[in-house]
Design a protein around this ligand. Structure first.
Ligand SMILES: [Zn+2]
Ligand SMILES: [Zn+2]
Length: 120
């Protein structure tokens, strides 16, 4: 599902967001609310459902209830894949994707993702 009609449109939107971010480093975009919010409004508070899903999954992986494969399910490249949630209401239902495939899966949104944040 995409709200962009063309890849160009999507790219232009990404560019606009990036430029805004450069001019306003203290702000972050909250896609759900569709507006710019102060950065101190952190990831967990902005995305409680995603945050919870990642925590639940992390726990399951640590306990061995879920086994992380050692390759990407999309391109089959051997790696330590990242968990991609297709539905956050099913925290244990994930796709294991390498970073490039994971970024692709999210389009431009993930480019602002910082190391250390819970994964998108
Ligand atoms: Zn991949
Ligand atoms: Zn993902």
């Amino acid at each position: 599902m995409s709200r962009y009609k063309t890849p160009e449109q999507k790219k232009a939107h990404c560019e606009a967001q990036r430029r805004y971010k450069e001019r306003h480093p203290d702000k972050a975009y909250a896609p759900k609310r569709g507006n710019w919010v102060l950065n101190r409004d952190n990831y967990a508070r902005r995305n409680p459902e995603k945050f919870k899903a990642h925590k639940t999954l992390e726990r399951a992986v640590r306990r061995g209830n879920i086994i992380r494969p050692n390759s990407c399910v999309k391109c089959l490249r051997p790696c330590k894949p990242q968990a991609h949630h297709t539905d956050y209401s099913k925290p244990l239902f994930v796709m294991w994707l390498c970073r490039p495939c994971h970024l692709q899966e999210h389009g431009c949104k993930v480019r602002n993702y910082r190391e250390g944040d819970p994964r998108p």
